[in-house]
Design a protein around this ligand. Structure first.
Ligand code: ADP
Ligand code: MG
Length: 395
């Protein structure tokens, strides 16, 4: 997908105002009735309609008239709102090439005002299929309307909170810089995911480091749950960095043991297959090389042994703004998540079909200078100054 942020430069305050009004309306409506957009935007003389035309042209909103005349934000529209907020906060000044694409995220290089290159992860829960999830969404009955904006925002909030806490506890993770809506801004890891690394100088060292990470996480009360060669990066100094945290659970989760064993197994399998490496001893266990067939099994860390000393990180995180209820909603989503090949796709008309990672190009950053705050005379019904989130929460 291409994130052409040039459009951002040319949008007027009123256009942003209407875009934001659409976002606010989506708190309770999957498709926001046109007159509601109009009302929230509070522009005189059909102003919303006029501005909507530009937003439609740039595919920031989508018009839907199947049930009634209404609009919804597209992925791109949501991306722009978040990016604009980070620009207003002085954190990013330009967006560059796409460096990663996951099933439920897009990752771009971005540059700060000081020239620092960082990574921006845009969460896209519900990208593959939203309807399949909706059909099983009784767990969300307490919310009158739930949607992909909400889920993606939760995933970003969780990722940010976990990355920050893990970093503070000395885990090798990217530096968590900021979070807004569905976006997490983090430091760029100068390296590659292991899946791209054909050969390792010291597979035994890497293996032990990685296995120790699983154990140390469990000792702190956490399980990664997607611990594999895609989410472990190795940097230019041969340091292992782990990424991708929205699916992490506490060791007190009912399936904790299964998740833990699965993480361990992934690493054993990958190192065996890719680097032809199987451990003979692990950590400081003084096991001599056993010849019998069970030897390998004995080297796997045992969940009950390590998680027995569960630390307080899982509880600390619960207090970080990412609540237990948030966690439950996300877990439910992960458990009910649709298969990748599901065709029934609500986002099909969005601009994200071409999921190709762009080749690096030289001067690849689009500089952004954006007309910032809204005209004070028009802000009475809407706080548009980047902090729309607050407005959303108050309502
Ligand atoms: P997903 O949840 O979609 O799997 P990830 O967080 O795992 O997303 O990121 C997908 C890919 O993007 C990674 O495999 C990696 O190649 C790249 N990536 C993610 N974060 C960073 C980062 N901070 N620095 C460099 N590359 C990154
Ligand atoms: Mg990943």
């Amino acid at each position: 997908m291409k994130l052409d942020v040039n459009v951002l430069r040319y949008l007027t305050k009123d256009e942003f105002r209407v875009l934001t009004a659409t976002e606010m309306g989506m708190k309770n409506h999957e498709i926001v009735p046109a007159e509601l957009v109009e009302r929230i935007a509070g522009l005189r003389n059909g102003g919303a309609y006029k501005n909507m035309k530009t937003l439609l042209k740039h595919k920031l909103v989508h018009h839907d008239s199947t049930k009634y005349d209404g609009y919804r934000l597209t992925n791109l529209g949501y991306d722009y709102l978040a990016i604009k907020t980070m620009v207003n906060r002085g954190l990013i000044a330009g967006v560059g090439r796409q460096i990663g694409v996951g099933k439920e995220s897009d990752i771009f290089e971005v540059v700060g005002e000081d020239g620092r290159v960082m990574a921006l992860k845009l969460h896209r829960l519900g990208r593959t299929s939203f309807r399949a999830v909706k059909s099983k969404r009784d767990y969300l009955k307490h919310r009158s309307s739930f949607n992909w904006l909400y889920l993606s925002r939760l995933a970003a909030l969780k990722e940010y909170a976990f990355m920050k806490a893990l970093g503070e506890h000395g885990f090798p993770v990217p530096e968590a810089i900021d979070c807004n809506r569905h976006c997490v801004l983090m430091s760029l890891v100068p390296g590659y995911p292991l899946v791209q690394v054909k050969e390792l100088a010291n597979p035994d060292v890497a293996f032990e480091t990685i296995m120790n990470l699983i154990v140390r996480l469990a000792q702190h009360g956490l399980i990664h749950c997607d611990f594999n060669e895609f989410n472990l990066m190795i940097d230019d100094d041969d340091q292992i960095i782990m990424i991708d945290f929205p699916q992490m659970v506490s060791v007190s989760h009912k399936n904790a043991q299964m998740y833990f064993d699965r993480d361990v197994e992934c690493i054993f399998k990958f190192f065996g297959k890719r680097y032809n490496y199987a451990p003979t001893t692990l950590g400081n266990k003084e096991e001599s090389q056993q010849e019998d067939e069970d030897a390998e099994d004995d080297l796997r860390p045992v969940f009950e042994e390590v998680a027995g000393h569960a630390g307080s990180l899982d509880q600390e995180l619960a207090a970080s703004g990412f609540t237990k209820q948030n966690q439950e909603v996300l877990e439910q989503y992960v458990e009910n998540a649709p298969e990748e090949d599901d065709e029934d796709d609500l986002q099909a008309d969005d601009t994200s079909e071409t999921d190709e990672v762009q080749e690096p190009s030289s001067s690849s950053f689009e500089r952004l200078t954006i007309a910032t705050e809204a005209d004070p005379s028009t802000t009475n019904s809407l706080s548009i100054a980047g902090e729309v989130e607050e407005g959303l929460q108050k309502r």
